[in-house]
Design a protein around this ligand. Structure first.
Ligand code: 13P
Length: 251
């Protein structure tokens, strides 16, 4: 049975002190969650060690928002998977559209990053999704299929046990414009089929596929009720502990 997961991507928001307060509030509110729901927060790099301390004893897991594509060495400004592990992370988000769009993250680079993260024992939340032009041109299924194939087809069914996919249509991120439950469901079902084609039905059925893009307490229930939507990757609404937990209670 695949896991229900709600993950909060804080992006470049909060300072260290505010971030630790937010993590403490999330840990407190998370006590209301049923055992089967996984909760993850992904603060900025600078907060990770402090947040991991604040989350100790809670059921909230810790993720980074990115990692380096090298093990160590002369890569000024980069943060390695070993650093993330030592800061207390269990996960890293990879391939977020903001990294693809603003920082030139390619599928080829993502293969390296996923490989390093898995080797370090980190779980991966791999983001895929089409932009507005691609959707308007009717290419959304092809774009998501290509992104999945280019990255995940380099891995094994065993690797997939530590990989979660997040479908985030770029036009729905931070815009207040959510994909309808039906628009999201049809892409999620397509992603699951693409996974099934390579890894078989059992692995595909066991992979959690999250929706991201203006997901909030008012629309989470309808999205999470879809058969192939296993939770959410939440941006703006994850910065308020109560909203974040309300989303996690929407299954
Ligand atoms: P919003 O929830 O702010 O639209 O952001 C979604 C997102 O990009 C999560 O990674």
């Amino acid at each position: 049975m695949r896991k229900k997961i709600v993950a909060g991507n804080w992006k470049m928001n909060t300072n260290c002190q505010d971030g630790i307060e937010l993590a403490k509030a999330v840990a407190e509110e998370a006590k209301a969650l049923p055992a089967g729901t996984g909760l993850i927060v992904a603060p900025p790099f600078t907060h990770l060690f402090g947040v991991s301390e604040a989350l100790k004893g809670s059921k909230v897991e810790l993720s980074a928002q990115n990692c380096a594509d090298h093990v160590s060495g002369a890569y000024t400004g980069e943060v390695s998977v070993d650093m993330l592990k030592s800061a207390g992370c269990q996960w890293t988000i990879l391939g977020h559209s903001e990294r693809r769009q603003y920082y030139g993250e390619t599928d080829a680079k993502l293969v390296e990053k996923v490989r390093l993260a898995l080797e370090a024992g980190l779980g991966v939340i791999l983001c895929v999704g089409e932009n507005l032009d691609e959707r308007e041109a009717g290419r959304h299924f092809d774009v998501c299929t290509e992104q999945i194939k280019n990255v995940l087809y380099n891995f094994t069914g065993e690797d997939m046990k530590r990989i979660v996919v997040a479908y985030e249509p770029v036009w729905a991120i931070g815009t207040g414009k959510t994909a309808s439950a039906q628009q999201a469901e049809e892409i999620h079902a397509c992603i699951r089929k693409v996974l099934s084609d390579k890894f078989g039905a059992v692995v595909a059925e066991d992979t959690s596929i999250l929706y991201g893009g203006s997901c909030k307490p008012s629309n989470a229930k309808e999205l999470f009720a879809q058969p192939d939507i296993d939770g959410g990757l939440i941006g703006g609404a994850s910065l308020k502990a109560k909203d974040f937990i309300e989303i996690a209670l929407s299954f």
